[in-house]
Write a protein of this length. Sequence first.
Length: 273
Amino acid sequence: MKGKVCVITGAASGIGLELAKQLALSGAIVVLSDNNVPALDAAVMSIVSMDKCVATGHQLDVTDKKAFSFFVSEVLAQHGKIDYFFNNAGIAVSGESRDLELEHWERVIAVNLMGVIYGCELVYKVMVSQGFGHIINTASLAGLIPFAMNAPYCASKHAVVGLSQTLRIEGEELGVKVSAVCPGFIDTNIYAATEAVGIIHDDLVKGIPFKLVSVDVAAKNILNGVAKNKGLIIFPFYAKFIWWLQRISAVFGLPLARSMVRDFRRLRSSNKI
């Protein structure tokens, strides 16, 4: 990765920050972007303080297409190319669909889908012109299977997977690679930041059915998948197994989904929110 220009959205924390650190340690020139300026500044400082690591930070609201275009232009003006682009920014709202408002849908779609679309639309054309490059879109296991009580998130991530697979086919003969990252539950601050509708937030976090994967392990899995040019980067094992069952028959995944619905509704009822 020495000398490769790697651009990451949502890079001030979580998977984005860990990707930035591991890429910088491997010799890449890392460009971090995030809408949280204090956290972004701290993230950049944590990287440049490491030996021989190069990183810069840029404030970016991925839902602002003009700002996104300006950001990409700045990166190109400074570095002349983009080798890897990690479309990583994302948010979630958890709750039963009957309790959600249209605003919840609009906010999740704006960040998780339109933010990814803006990045792909801008960077894909740059990479086609270059004749090389790799776009990595952060989706989720929820982009491959139904994810009860998270309908907006699930819908956005399914769309990201479809977009990624389509661009991957179109980009094959143009020198552009595209991957979708579809992890299970990762130990990031997205759970703390997720709005819980109809349920107490702490109960929502306690209801996660699998052990959380650490961000350093997650980043390693992602970068290994990128190195192998995998179209879908799915981890850990349980995520692969659930996806495999879903591909055989949707019936196999129904017991887990129904169990999550029942557990949520018990908490919803007892909390009387």
